[in-house]
Design a protein around this ligand. Structure first.
Ligand SMILES: Nc1nc2c(ncn2[C@@H]2O[C@H](COP(=O)(O)OP(=O)(O)OP(=O)(O)O)[C@@H](O)[C@H]2O)c(=O)[nH]1
Ligand SMILES: [Mg+2]
Length: 194
């Protein structure tokens, strides 16, 4: 209630807190990591494949609506990491200090699904185990080319203890949901220590 007569000693609601969270977006080359971010942040889709060189960092502010009507703005820094093998030696530096992870594979390319275990193992090796993370099967618009059916992915997700989502960076299906989910998980996770 903005115009309620609040006593002066009533604590102020802090809307802008400036907390910055780093989210690493991981997965093989050409699975659609950059495309998912582009769709989410710029509402655009690019048909041509332009492999990420090293890392792209995208900043995005989100407003969280808390119970009781309080709003809190947090900043997300998405580290969209190159999936091509020539950049593997940089992973340790790129992963450092991540607060969340989005693992992405392409539902039309089984090897990208198999490699999720390797991406996950690497995260464990670099100490990121237990931080909020989700698994995403991308390119669901290519339904006729699908090789990984949802139950297969759900089974892996269960083994790795991750929620599973399907998206299309092309049509936009499921895109907003994955970003909302990771924010919700990160916020719930870090709030405990805040
Ligand atoms: N049909 C379809 N194509 C997609 C989708 N997402 C990405 N692509 C295409 O897949 C190719 C690779 O997309 P990128 O987003 O560059 O892939 P990436 O995972 O960032 O690749 P690296 O930067 O090399 O790791 C591009 O040609 C995109 O247009 C999707 O949901 N549907
Ligand atoms: Mg990329």
């Amino acid at each position: 209630m903005p115009d309620a007569k609040t006593p002066a000693e009533e604590p102020q609601v802090i809307v802008r807190e400036g907390t910055v969270y780093k989210i690493a977006v991981l997965g093989d080359g050409a699975v659609g990591k950059t495309s998912l971010l582009r769709k989410h942040v710029h509402k655009k889709f690019e048909k041509n494949y332009i492999p990420t060189v090293g890392v792209n960092i995208a900043k995005h502010n989100v407003k969280l609506k808390l119970k009781g009507g309080e709003e809190k703005e947090i900043t997300l820094m998405f580290w969209d990491i190159a999936g091509q093998p020539q950049f593997y030696m940089l992973h340790k530096i790129y992963y450092n200090g991540s607060n969340g992870i989005i693992f992405v594979f392409d539902i039309t390319r089984p090897e990208t699904f198999t490699h999720i275990k390797d991406w996950h193992k690497e995260c464990v090796k670099y100490g990121l185990e237990g931080i909020p993370a989700i698994l995403v099967g991308n390119k669901i618009d290519l339904a006729g080319e699908r090789k990984i059916i949802a139950p297969m992915a759900e089974s892996l997700a269960k083994d790795l203890n991750l929620p599973y989502f399907e998206t299309s960076a092309h049509s936009g299906a499921g895109v907003a949901e994955i970003f909302a989910k990771i924010v919700e998980m990160i916020y719930g996770y870090y709030r405990k220590g805040a």
